[in-house]
Design a binder for this molecule. Sequence first.
Ligand code: SIN
Length: 535
Amino acid sequence: MIPRYLINYDTDNIEKVFTDAVVVGSGIAGLTAALEISKQFDVAVVTKSELKETATWYAQGGVATAVSQEDSPKLHFRDTLEAGAGLCDREAVSVLVSEGPDRIGDLIRMGAQFDWQGDRIGLSREGGHSLARVLHSGDSTGSEIEATLIRTANAWQSVQVFEHRFSIDLLVDKGRCVGVLTFDEPTGSLIAHFAKAVILATGGAGQLYSVTTNPTISTGDGIAMAYRAGAVLADMEFIQFHPTALDRDAMPRFLITEALRGEGAYLRDCNGERFMVGRHPLAELAPRDVVTRVMVQVMERCHDKPVYLDATHISESLLRERYPNIWSRCREVGIDISKDLIPVRPAAHYTVGGVRTDLNGETNIAGLYATGETSCTGVHGANRLASNSLLEGLVFSKRISMAVMRKLAAEEDQQVEDIRFQYSAVKPVGDIDIAAERSWLQKLMTDYAGVVRNEEGLLFALSEVDKKDDILKAGFMDPAGFELQNMLCIAGLLIKSALTRKESRGVHYRDDYPEPSDRWLIHLENRYTEDMVAG
Ligand code: SIN
């Protein structure tokens, strides 16, 4: 059994900070919510690294939104549902596609620069989209958006930013979330942030795998702490792998955006054959779960050599102008993408499931909201459509901020509560090599809970994770230790869900149950008290 808290503490003996709302995490989802709420109320943004060190910063491709004459929210709805393989929440998708264009307008008004082609906004095409729909800013769309949000946050006094402050656990009193317990790295002290609304926006858990496009911070902290506090998680078995991460050792793996395939780049095997032709009507632009699985087979056939992206038939000037980041990063490792093939392999990329929310981002715990990759709003179903994630963060964080502002306005005459919380059940830490345990877990998950899964491998992985009870119960006073505990917690939940879902659907592929089954057109949920509830 996982302890309720990761450390022993007593809020009467630590520093306390009181604000109307606290946002945990500083990517597109967190900052969008914080900025909006801060127009009327005090907001603290707590982030475990630097403000910009987020998955958003690394996003290349862009934001999918129906803004062109040929497109419509209806078409975007249809493509999203198709990618989601039967498990999308139609109402949530409808919100996403219809409110998306207005949220892009908000970003542009804040100063975000997207690419234009003449007098029309430039759009690229990515896997699973029936037409070009992805707004971009070169191949650094995420960093353009993140920089815009940070500039705005820095200019607004009602947003207090706390960097290098690790959020450990949620403070829940009588079914209401009233704050978050944090560890301040620079001072090594615990600090309790009390607020009337707590918004989790800590990203996903790509670090569960050895090869990932996610930054080292993506350890699922928000999902794990919500679970320990009693929030419902859903769809945890669905982890999306991106087919084309540059095959070099750097971590996170450098992504070669799917937009390059939208531009016409081919995928070739070790013999130079275009292996996606004939495998799917959209060939290289098939949904990324399909491409990834075919790549795994092809790499096996090629004795584990990578596959190759071939952009050599695309003009050098277009490659340099539209993909400057990929151009220079590949040059750094000796690849001229206008002449050489680019070696690529799949990498863990996106946590599809997360903290179950309603259409306003609220969880089953009053006052607790989740957004972005931390959340499971239902828009992605069993497989996220490319470039829908930045949009989800924008759309649902705006909805959260409206809901939070209504709540705060209704409670304006009430003080943020100062409630005493304490815990003392955690045992002292033994001799644990945190870095080695983290690498071990990443390898275990890659080998047995990765792109291709089966009962034998998943059962083995679960039994191995279960042996790590001593780590789960240890009282680290160290963010690396907290991260390891969160990763172990999520690994266990993910494996249990993957074992339970005896079919293949979306990004969840089991070679012992290779077909989808209507019996599994349901969502699997995890709760702290009773694991695995089908609903
Ligand atoms: C990409 O640029 O290929 C990634 C886009 C995404 O993950 O949605």
